[in-house]
Design a protein around this ligand. Structure first.
Ligand code: PLP
Length: 346
């Protein structure tokens, strides 16, 4: 099931949920400055936001240290993943990745005629860069890497990933999905935007949906070479981000105090979750993100259904023949609701 399917499936129960922990959202929401900006922007929202969208793009470029023509903005990063899926699936190209990973670009690529080759993650649940490199052939059109990875919450060694990208992007374009990078201790040190600046054939995707709490507001962007932006821009339409959302993004982008507060809240809820899992005799994959994956002791679907009956929405995976739960990090009241339900069924 995709994230979208899960939300639809749970739409009836959604209203009664005590803990909405299935979509890796930021339950503390957009910052107060963002909410004020939305309210302030409503009066002029009858106008098309051509100028404002350009201003946001300019701000993103300045913050990331790239040229404006190296940025493509969209209503969330999903439309940009779709643009890449359409382009790199042409002529039945092969898209290389590791699994399990975020499968939106991969599912769409298959629908557009690509051959998707997924190699397993390493034994420590990380992207296996060597295995990916070994699979490259003349049909490979794109390498897709999610870093930090969803659903495992693991992050690659930055120096190793950068060296891989420098070497491999000379042969094949690489798409790095950095949706969760803002949760790392040193996002600047981990991002591959520096490799784009060096002129490498890399596309970096970012979203406001996670740390900035914009999942329902919708802002995302990619950073790439101008020639790639020109190509992918053909599959994406300008003017898709609403004026109030643009105003909110301008107000909250890299707003340090608020981001710091969210990170602190996330860490506190995550530490609480680790404690609950340990106390119940469960292991977990140490997470660098706002979600945690852990092995469960019953069938994944049964686990998710039983938790849903108790008002807790989460997701399950099969990995190496074993059942796992992926739990998004929520507010403390949500984590407590999870703990209560979990103790009942585990
Ligand atoms: N990339 C990854 C790895 C994700 O987990 C998600 C959403 O959960 C997205 C991209 C899409 O996010 P959005 O379209 O909200 O920017």
């Amino acid at each position: 099931l995709s994230e979208q399917d899960i939300v639809t499936q749970f739409s009836a129960e959604k209203q009664q949920l005590k803990a909405r922990l299935f979509a890796n959202e930021n339950p503390w929401g957009p910052s107060p400055a963002a909410k004020k900006a939305i309210a302030d922007a409503l009066a002029t929202s009858y106008q098309y936001a051509f100028v404002e969208e350009k201003e946001l793009s300019k701000k993103v470029a300045a913050v990331e240290g790239v040229q404006e023509e190296q940025i493509l903005m969209a209503a969330g990063s999903s439309p940009l993943l779709q643009a890449a899926a359409i382009h790199f699936s042409k002529n039945g190209g092969t898209i290389l990745t590791c699994g399990p990973t975020y499968d939106d670009l991969l599912r769409k690529s298959k629908a557009f005629g690509a051959n998707v080759v997924e190699v397993p993650l390493t034994s420590d649940y990380k992207y296996d860069l060597d295995a990916i490199e070994a699979k490259i052939d003349s049909k490979t059109s794109l390498i897709y890497i999610v870093n930090p990875n969803n659903p495992t919450g693991t992050v690659l060694d930055a120096a190793k990933l950068k060296a891989f990208c420098t070497r491999v992007s000379a042969k094949v374009p690489i798409f790095i999905d950095e949706a969760y990078i803002d949760y790392l201790e040193d996002p600047k040190g981990a991002t591959l935007i520096g490799n784009v600046i060096k002129g490498e054939n890399i596309i970096v995707a970012r979203t406001f949906s996670k740390l900035y709490g914009f999942a329902g507001l919708r802002v995302g962007y990619i950073v790439a070479q101008k020639s790639m932006i020109d190509i992918l821009g053909k599959y994406s339409s300008e003017g898709a981000i609403s004026a109030p959302t643009i105003a909110a993004a301008m107000a909250s982008f890299k707003e340090q105090p608020y981001c710091g507060e969210i990170i602190k809240n996330t860490q506190a809820s995550k530490a609480y979750l680790y404690g609950v899992l340990k106390a119940e005799g469960y292991d977990y994959i140490p997470s660098s993100t706002n979600f945690v994956m852990f092995p469960i002791k019953m069938d994944g679907k049964k686990f998710a259904d039983e938790m849903m009956k108790r008002g807790v929405g989460l997701r399950y995976w099969k990995m190496n023949g074993k059942d796992y739960c992926r739990l998004s990090i929520g507010r403390m009241d949500e984590m407590e609701a999870f703990a209560k339900a979990f103790k009942e069924i585990s």
